[in-house]
Write a protein that binds this ligand. Structure first.
Ligand SMILES: Nc1ncnc2c1ncn2[C@@H]1O[C@H](COP(=O)(O)OP(=O)(O)OP(=O)(O)O)[C@@H](O)[C@H]1O
Ligand SMILES: [Mg+2]
Length: 251
């Protein structure tokens, strides 16, 4: 049985003045299919760095990442780009949206990258935003929207195309409690529909939605709540991402 995400011996150093700073020191992290793992830890403990490494955006100094059946170290730049376009839904800590596109165009973009006709993708994006109370601001550009509206849009864009690996870095940081809970409910539903993922968060409230919580401290995982998850997901009783109807009602 293979893992959805398997990071082994991840070591990474950043320059810090005269002496390099070891941010991640031989970190091992595995995510089972159908599992959402929360990563917590103090500011600067390397959470975003680890997420960027799993996303193939940063090459670790040592260690390997196997994600979506691809060994990132052996993948070409083009292969990694395809992986990000087809398999990953990513919510970055900041700069999530394309500034030159409206909110609805931002949500439509991953759908288009998945091969959906641009006109239909835009229609779906409008429905998705409407559902979350963002219908009135759908045609605004990110710079015209509030921080919370931008963040919710970024989450909706990452989830819209039903990709199998979700990598979310503090997806509720700019939201009030009620909106944060709603985002976590959307993320949980996405996972329960057959995805797997990593959720970086400072919020214990958000982490409670995860199957497992790991704490990063001083470059290493200092604790892991352990998996209560049954390996072997999905079962026949659970729906899959592809079973979900699209927002315009087409299968
Ligand atoms: N490109 C970079 N160049 C140099 N140092 C970096 C770079 N990116 C991150 N760092 C350093 O690596 C450490 C870990 O950063 P990272 O962003 O992974 O932390 P984090 O756990 O996500 O923190 P936060 O909770 O504040 O988002 C920090 O000390 C940061 O200054
Ligand atoms: Mg961070």
């Amino acid at each position: 049985m293979s893992y959805a995400i398997e990071a082994s011996g991840i070591t990474h150093t950043f320059p810090d003045g005269q002496s390099p700073r070891v941010v991640l020191d031989s970190v091992d992290l595995r995510v089972a299919p159908g599992e959402l793992v929360a990563i917590m830890g103090p500011s600067g403990s390397g959470k975003s760095t680890l997420l960027n490494i799993v996303a193939g955006l940063l090459e670790p100094e040592a260690g390997n990442v196997l994600v979506a059946d691809t060994l990132l170290r052996s993948a070409t730049t083009a292969e990694r780009t395809i992986l990000r376009r087809q398999a990953f839904g990513i919510v970055f800590q900041r700069n999530n949206l394309v500034d030159a596109l409206t909110l609805e165009e931002n949500v439509a973009l991953p759908l288009e990258l998945n091969g959906i006709n641009p006109r239909i993708a835009l229609k779906q994006a409008r429905l998705i935003l409407d559902d979350q109370g963002l219908g009135d601001v759908a045609r605004l550009f990110p710079a015209q929207a509030s921080g919370g509206q931008r963040q919710l849009t970024a989450v909706l864009a990452a989830l819209s195309s039903k990709r199998h690996i979700l990598l979310a870095d503090e997806p509720t940081g700019a939201l009030d409690t009620a909106s944060g809970d709603e985002v976590m409910r959307l993320i949980r539903n996405h996972i329960d529909a057959g995805a797997s993922g990593l959720l970086v968060t400072h919020s214990a409230r958000d982490a409670a939605w995860a199957d497992r919580v790991v704490y990063l401290q001083d470059g290493a995982i200092s604790s892991d709540t352990g998996s209560s998850h049954s390996f072997g997901f999905p079962t026949s009783t659970q729906s899959s991402l592809s079973d979900f109807p699209t927002t315009d009602g087409t299968p």
